[in-house]
Design a protein around this ligand. Sequence first.
Ligand SMILES: Nc1ncnc2c1ncn2[C@@H]1O[C@H](COP(=O)(O)OP(=O)(O)OP(=O)(O)O)[C@@H](O)[C@H]1O
Length: 578
Amino acid sequence: MFKLAKGRMSIWAVIGAVLFMVVQVTANLNIPSLTSDIVNNGVVNGDIDYIWRVGMKMIVFSLIGILAATGNVFLASRTSMKLGSNLRNDIYSKVINMSNDEYDQIETSSMITRTTNDVIQIQNVYMMMLRMMLMSPVMLIGASFLAYNKNHRLTLVFLVVLPIMLIFVGFLLYLAVPKFKAMQTKTDRLNRVFREGLTGVRVIRAFRRDKFEQDRFEDANLDFTRNAINVNIIMAFSFPVIQMIISGTNVAIVWFGAKLIGVQAMPVGNLISFMAYAAQILVSFMMLSMVFIMIPRAQASAKRIQEVFDLKSTLKEDEKPVQADKTPGNHTLKFSHVDYRYANAEKPVLTDIDFKSQSGQTIGIIGGTGSGKTSLVNLIPRFYDTEKGEIILDGQDIRHYGLNDLRDMISFVPQKAALFRGSLRENMKFGKADATDEEIWQALDIAQATDFVKEDPAGLDQYVEQNGDNYSGGQRQRLTIARALVKKAAVYVFDDSFSALDFKTDAVLRQALQDDEHMQQSIIVIVAERIATVADADNILVLDEGEVTGQGTHNELKDNNEIYQEIINSQIKKGDEV
Ligand SMILES: Nc1ncnc2c1ncn2[C@@H]1O[C@H](COP(=O)(O)OP(=O)(O)OP(=O)(O)O)[C@@H](O)[C@H]1O
């Protein structure tokens, strides 16, 4: 937990909070002594002047205490909130820069809980620590010392009370800590089920799984609620017990104190201040135990956050990266006997992938579902790294380029069309921040998106909802294609990006790509399940179970590749054009 705070909290704010706390405790500890003074020397002797003088002192100490407490709360809150904010930023930046292998290791819902709920636990516990954890021992020691000074014999009461308190707090910790710790994993489960339900709501409705999903959610919710209720029961049960212990202590103090006053072994005022110190001792003891209840939960949260930071990047950056050539023309791409295996997978998903291409050429990749097409293209921008073999771009192993430099050379249209909430213009500028409207319209033209974009009078200012939900599947695909085209790259990868387009649009779009001057100077990689989409490619790779069973032009493969023929036959049967 302390490791997480290192460098993310202002040391000056921490020192400031501690100093304010010391001032606050000193002021608070002085007030009971002044009370006994005012009673013993002012009230008992009827000395009004004395009462005024000491009274004024009490007011000054109270004001100092209030101001110091305000300063302490301000600095403690500020620096712990800052810690929370820094942690969130760092987790986000870690996640954004993760390789897909690392990303696959922690579920998205858990990642969200870690960034929000877990960070809040850490932030709260630091605030408590700066407020109470440091204050309690100082107050405990100070109050005990001063109480002992007021009357040695009365202090013996604590020899009975403190062990009772210790046993009770120990019991409380034993009951509450596991439940507090479990809160985080239960929050995770609740978020996961909720998230799945939300993202898959249409599927759930279509398959009439509403009841099943509702039960699943209720189950997770009930589990979470039960735990939360148990935690609250324990806490609710603890307060009256503590109150009872405090009241019992007061009764004992008054009982024995009265006897001491009776035999004139102690002045009346000392009894009053002794009771105040006793309250301070017990309250600080309680505050300390509360912190000890909260720390294990925060530690569990800290462990979960640290797990994210500790994810080792499998993507190693070259210490002396070579400069990438981002100018159009003259680019080459070569896969040299590439194997790839997902983390923890038994066998490679890609074996001995070998092909080459150059600017102006289109590579088609075709194969059945799960044959490894997406896995293959994901290797080009280094979303994952090859297990064996090399991918060579412009004569250099892609691992020799800086990661950002490499990704600048590639424009990628992922299988799942993802758009972001904001204006269409903002979405289109994703790959080229300074793109002009003209460039954007040109890309929309090639992507066959101009017509439906123009239907909205807001044009490029039209609003894109989260995930691009206000567009149809085909429209979303065309917009993601346009976004990729706005970026001027050496390699364009279209991962099954034409699947939601009708045949005509698919054909017109591909023709427009071929006619575009910049595209003619780039390498185009098109992944498809439809023969028609890749038929014009200069080289088509036929993938089957991660292996290239053949490569060549449409006509070559049509004649001599069995799998290609099977795909053609299956699509002819379905009535598709070839
Ligand atoms: N993140 C992952 N972790 C583990 N295995 C994966 C992962 N992604 C894909 N796979 C496995 O790799 C194999 C190839 O998947 P891939 O997505 O590359 O196929 P594909 O040809 O693109 O399929 P589709 O056309 O259905 O998208 C599949 O068997 C799949 O289960």
